[in-house]
Design a protein around this ligand. Structure first.
Ligand code: UDP
Length: 448
């Protein structure tokens, strides 16, 4: 278990990009959280500090909580390859892809890693502290932390709109671990398994920080310099997808659709993701990347040279973020052709940059994009012809590009910046803080 160094982020600076009433609401909520959580520490636990949406979001959001005067800390669970292979199977199964069945040996592995991580945690936390556990990797810690006197919320950043046998297997595996948490947080109502107590359910979609290296304004020449230094500048229009190298992001399908669209010769496709040794909780990455290299190699001359696989180093997170920012800003069209998606922060990021999106109608992407208004939704993400047709249509329509981009940005401003998430999370934390302490009664021992 190790701790992530958090940097304070100025709530006042965030306010400055918001309309006045939105800014006032945000500042009032931040001050209130500071007051009501005084004397407690809010712990966050997750499985990685870089690469992927959860890590991205926590750096920013927790920085604003620090600024609001909330004592906030972030720890990373300590685990090895077998554990991450298991949690990746759980992740895939929750999305409805295969992953199960989950066996007694899987439980044994899960329990062993959990016990190893619980011991140092119980040394650190004090009764009354609040712990936010993120995703399946941390699910095993719920009971131990409750016993240590903490208020515990478990948050799933993933889910599936309609349960299927694979997702049911994953939730069966997790149920006994998470069931007693004080609160559950999901990005969408549909994601919460049916057995979960609705009275403890909170719906908090993710959000982005408009001031982070990932999203802050860049001039066209700054973007060009950043991309030139990274060896990613191309001479022509760019179609871009940024994702982890994960099967559910369907990078090979984006290449297939691009080929089918047969776009004009000045149009390039850039698929960008973290260097495959960079995301430590994602063992599938190297395989998927290798598959993309193979698919690209099999493309005909004249298309292949315009398809670029960018593997971006993760050792310098700031640099990585600036490269992603520049790619998104330089893009003519941004794509997120995921087969499944918890929320889709890359979609939010591109909408904030006023880019026209072509994205699959899956998971949280459907909350962000209303088709033909704030982007274009693909009704069948697995159909390359639908993607190819949307791409061709949009490439030839500058007016539609601008219109979709403007509407997308407005939607993000209103719903998906960190002010909204800070307000909701503040409410959750305050309600956890208000749970009465359980006093150990003589002879009976403490129980919850
Ligand atoms: N990301 C990044 N560098 C990369 C690839 C992805 O910083 O090379 C970021 C991306 O900008 C986004 C996050 O990782 O902020 C991915 O979040 P999303 O919700 O789209 O998908 P997830 O990875 O959580 O499934």
């Amino acid at each position: 278990m190790h701790e992530v160094e958090l940097k304070r982020r100025s709530a006042g600076a965030l306010s400055s990009v918001l309309p006045d009433t939105q800014a006032a609401r945000f500042e009032a909520a931040a001050q209130q959280a500071g007051r009501r959580l005084e004397g407690r520490t809010v712990w966050n636990l997750s499985s990685t500090e870089s690469g992927g949406g959860v890590a991205e979001m926590l750096h920013n959001l927790l920085g604003y909580f620090l600024d609001a005067g909330v004592r906030t800390r972030w720890l990373i669970v300590d685990a090895g390859e077998p554990f991450f292979a298991l949690t990746k199977r759980l992740h895939n199964a929750i999305h409805g892809a295969s992953g199960g069945p989950f066996t007694a040996a899987d439980h044994a592995e899960f329990d062993e890693v959990t016990a190893r991580n619980l011991a140092p945690m119980t040394e650190l936390i004090r009764p009354g502290d609040i712990v936010m556990l993120h995703d399946p990797q941390t699910a095993g810690l719920v009971d131990g932390l409750l016993e240590a006197g903490a208020r515990v919320a478990w948050r799933s950043h993933i889910g599936r709109d309609t349960p299927d046998p694979a997702s049911a297997q994953a939730w069966d595996f997790l149920r006994g671990y998470i069931e007693r948490a004080d609160a559950f947080v999901f990005s969408r109502r549909q994601y919460a398994p049916g057995w979960l107590d609705r009275g403890r359910l909170w719906l908090i979609p993710p959000s982005i920080d408009p001031l982070s290296a990932k999203n802050r304004p860049l001039t066209p020449s700054e973007s060009m310099t950043i991309l030139a230094e990274a060896g990613l500048l191309v001479d022509g229009r760019m179609v871009v997808q940024v994702s982890r190298w994960d099967r559910l992001k369907d990078m090979p399908g984006v290449m297939g659709g691009f080929r089918l669209a047969n776009p004009p010769g000045d149009v390039h496709l850039t698929l960008a993701g973290p260097a495959v040794d960079g995301v430590t909780d994602d063992p599938e990455g190297a395989e998927v990347y290798a598959e993309c290299v193979r698919v690209r190699a099999g493309m005909p001359d004249g298309i292949r040279d315009r398809v670029h696989l960018a593997s971006i180093a993760m050792d310098d997170i700031e640099r990585n973020a600036l490269i992603v920012n520049a790619l998104q800003r330089r893009a003519t069209i941004v794509v997120q052709k995921s087969l499944a998606e918890g929320f889709g922060l890359t979609v939010t990021e591109a909408m904030w940059k006023a880019k026209p999106l072509i994205a699959s109608a899956v998971g949280g992407i459907q909350d962000q994009i209303s088709s033909e208004h704030t982007g274009v939704l693909l009704s069948d993400p697995a159909n390359p012809a639908e993607f190819a047709a949307a791409l061709r249509r949009l490439l030839y329509n500058d007016l539609a590009q601008a219109r979709l981009g403007r509407a997308g940005r407005a939607r993000v401003l209103e719903h998906y910046l960190d002010d909204r998430q800070l307000i909701q999370t503040g409410d959750l934390l305050e309600s956890l803080a208000a749970i009465p302490e359980v006093q150990p009664s003589a002879g009976a021992g403490a129980s919850r």
